[in-house]
Design a protein around this ligand. Sequence first.
Ligand code: SME
Length: 159
Amino acid sequence: MKANGGRLTREQARELLLKMDSSLGGSRGRASREAMAKFLNANVPTYSWVGIYTVDGKDLVLDAWSGPAATEHVRIPIGKGVCGFAAKAGRTEIVSDVSKDPRYLQCFLSTKSEIVVPISSQGSVVGEIDIDGDQLDAFSSLDREFLEAVARKAANLWS
Ligand code: SME
């Protein structure tokens, strides 16, 4: 692992955004979300588990994921957990230490930090990207910027 714990750099973020388009191979809808989750998990060492949820009425439903294990949180009411909070507020949430955030719903014992980025289309939240990190403080404003750009790609390929 590098000196910064494998955290994303600006240079990598730029390259990954370009590389992601070819890795999606022209897919759309759920297939594009599967490919995005896999791509993010495989290419950024700090992205230990990557999930993409979609909004289904008053809930978030897990649509695609990539990581070492499945989560039991396949349906989360909007408003609950860090995921539900971000969906309700319509803005990115970064939790640098999950043990200190009362909203946090635990999935994996190894998780130390989390970022949740809403995916919006025509002014409403249609889904979100949820990433768990095995290091404390794994996510910075650079991850936010990068993942908000990824979320815009996801919105463009939504259905
Ligand atoms: N930790 C999330 C729940 C989803 S799992 O991380 C996959 C939350 O607090 O909403």
